[in-house]
Design a protein. Sequence first.
Length: 403
Amino acid sequence: MSTVVAPPPFAARATAVGGSPVRDILSVVGRPGMINFAGGLPAPELFDAAGVAAAFRDVLEGTPAQALQYATTEGEPVLREALARRTADRGLPTDADDVLVTTGSQQALSLLAQALVDPGDTVLVERPCYLAAIQAFSFAGARVVAVPGDADGVDPEELDRLTVQLRPKLFYSVPTFQNPTGRTVPLERRIAVAEVAARRGLWLVEDDPYGELRFEGRRVPWIASLDGARDRTALLGSFSKVMAPGLRLGWLRAPAALLRACAVAKQAADLHTPTVNQLAAARYLADRDLDAHVRTVAAAYGQRRDALLAGLADALPPGSTWTRPEGGMFVWARLPDGHDTGALLREAVAEGVAYVPGAPFHCDAPDPATLRLCFVTHTPDEIRLGLERLARVLRNPAVTSPR
């Protein structure tokens, strides 16, 4: 009998970078009756299913050969033109050639990591940070370093100091309704970040999947639209939160040379984003009023945010703090010192409620007392019920007493 030799090991990055803790949580909390504050999932009852179905039907009946055929890597021209118009209408002059259609904005992150990051390079991020961004940059071999900040976002002086010290390739942020905190970076802070990038020679990656979901207050201009940032900022957008995540449609607006590099990376990844989905989205934008739909969704989400905020004082232990987002999907809370939200999650799930512990959103020393609550998936009545369940866990001295 011949000797059997095992195949070579996986690439180091495949074993060094762990999976998504949020995905792990979602896989165990899907049972009926669970109040799930964990997932960043849009409310399915608010999808314009009829409008999306009509768009697909029109495309498949009208231009089936085109819809079912290969497409260009950069994306269908009709969709790129529509995205460019929407971007320009919001204050950032954009042509179709400035836009690359991606398979969700998460792919845009991966393409940027491939185009900009060599193994060993440093990438700066917010603290805390969208955890899938930490994954994407880590998988590319980057050293991911968090920049200290406050309730208004990253500290520009710390960003400047770390840029001088570490010579990073880029700084990644979600400045509007951030995941996980829900905070929005004010204009003055955005201007300061743009000035650091221009002065120190730094790429900026501005991720904006939630920006259209505003409940109150005034829109803050994109960093990408500011003087000193336009030639060095990649702006990411997505239909996942405003149309439907199952379409897997995102886009990347970037300077020409960077966009070309990302297109080459996309050719190696998937050739192009599904043609029929792109054409259906373009038809939807032409035939329907997406902005009116978004206003309807945002109004419902605002009521759900209010229901969550109204009940947090009774659900969380005395001394807890939390954010009050003006839009988006998330509230970030911190329990008093000595609490460990990761250790408490099992008791919460047994009680019929779930959340995401805050530790995975840190690339450095985590804060075990933090947690993220998504408020958009459930109705106000369901949110109130979920908070009652959460209170039975988090305000139970027998469970929460420091060990």
